[in-house]
Design a protein around this ligand. Structure first.
Ligand code: NAD
Length: 362
């Protein structure tokens, strides 16, 4: 019953459960909204071992994440809807051989939806899995370069965040120059490291933290960054705080510590509570770049692969398209000021309005 209540609340178009007894495979594909185009969203492979009911937990994740993808695609201006797949399985419990069979079979599930859902990489899956999915369906992106794909999206995501930071600087300081600006980056992994490279090149001073010391040290060596302990980065005086680690790092404990003018980073679900933490940032006079808008570079990147664009992948054209994140953010800041609402609420409004307009015109 709880599940049906959730389905009604989040208004999904279609949710399908697939199973293969021999492979011990249980998968959920949730299609939230296809008003703007086919539902795109990664395939997550996770055991949900912490839950008493892993299948239910997986279903909840699929429902929430597919809805988030609808907003992300719409706000990015893409003609795509929101979807997500979850394979309820602990990836550490299977052999490479089993893994290959599972993803080929999963590809058959995707194929059976006739292009209504397009899959991609997510937590627990990788490029090799996408290559296996490709053996049974054409509805997959994030495939290896040798098959015409775009491969690792992180440098493109980082470029989008970099452009987003420029939009924030323009809004707050009237100039997008990074010269002498201090940026504190939480997490210098795939995206954070590439972002640091862009920022350093344009004259920013960097403060970094990472729970993996070598990653912070690499940024210190290559970009002259100052290293700070992970929990201490929130209180560093800087112009921009850039969350590039895990979700939920902006919350009732960390926001009061912030000493920045802008929050703009790559992490997904940065606000622990989207309502109260969005308001908290706004009240503190900090400009927040909504996460799913500023980190859409990865999504824009895969949308340029042949399975969606119908054309060969072109990195230069992709980066040009990613630059639109700059204008999208300025538009959101304008809505936020006009309606006197937090920027994350303005982003949701913008995304919803585009879908409503498309429904009216169809
Ligand atoms: P990653 O795992 O390569 O990097 C994350 C880094 O954060 C790691 O180096 C990790 O050690 C560090 N970290 C974890 N907890 C930390 C903490 N408490 N304090 C400081 N550092 C911590 O992941 P990524 O691909 O760089 O992605 C970063 C974030 O951006 C994630 O939230 C991801 O969901 C989001 N994102 C990534 C992409 C992409 O293209 N890779 C696209 C959109 C969104």
């Amino acid at each position: 019953m709880k599940l049906f209540k959730l389905l009604k609340e989040k208004a999904h178009e279609k949710v399908v459960i697939f199973g293969d007894k021999d492979l011990g495979l249980n998968a959920i594909i949730a299609i939230h909204d296809t008003t703007l185009g086919p539902a795109l969203g990664g395939c997550r492979m996770w055991g949900y071992n912490e839950s008493k009911n892993p299948l239910y937990a997986g279903m909840l994740d699929a429902l929430k994440l597919s809805m988030a993808m609808t907003y992300k695609a719409s706000a990015a201006g893409l003609d795509l809807g929101g979807g997500k797949a979850v394979i309820v399985k602990d990836p550490s419990t299977i052999s490479e051989e089993e893994r290959e069979k599972i993803f080929i079979r999963f590809g058959e599930f995707v194929e059976s939806l006739n292009g209504k859902y397009i899959t991609a990489e997510d937590v627990g899956t990788n490029v090799k899995d996408m290559a296996n999915i490709m053996k049974s369906t054409k509805y997959v992106v994030g495939i290896p370069e040798e098959y015409g794909g775009s491969s690792d999206p992180s440098p493109v995501t980082a470029y989008g965040v970099f452009m987003g930071i420029k939009a924030c600087l323009k809004e707050v300081f009237g100039t997008e120059s990074l010269e002498g600006k201090i940026v504190a980056i939480e997490g210098v992994g795939n995206v954070g490291y590439n972002l640091a490279k862009y920022l350093y090149k344009e004259g920013a001073e960097l403060i970094v933290s990472d729970i993996v010391e070598e990653k912070a040290e690499r940024a210190a060596k290559e970009f002259n960054a100052k290293i700070t302990k992970p929990g201490k980065i929130y209180e560093k005086k800087c112009h921009i705080f850039s969350p590039c680690a895990l979700g939920g790092s902006l919350n009732s404990k960390t926001i009061p510590k912030l000493r920045c003018k802008i929050v703009a980073g790559a992490a997904n679900n940065q606000l622990k509570n989207s309502k109260s933490d969005g308001e908290r940032l706004a009240k503190k006079g900090i400009l927040y770049a909504p996460d799913y808008v500023i980190n859409a570079g990865g999504l824009i990147n895969v949308s340029m692969e042949p399975a969606i664009s119908g054309k060969p992948y072109d990195r230069e054209k992709t980066l040009k398209k990613v630059e639109n994140i700059y204008y999208r953010l300025l538009e959101i800041f304008k809505i936020s000021k006009e309606k006197d609402i937090p920027t994350n609420v303005a982003a949701d409004l913008m995304a919803e309005e585009r879908i409503i307009r498309a429904r009216k015109n169809s």
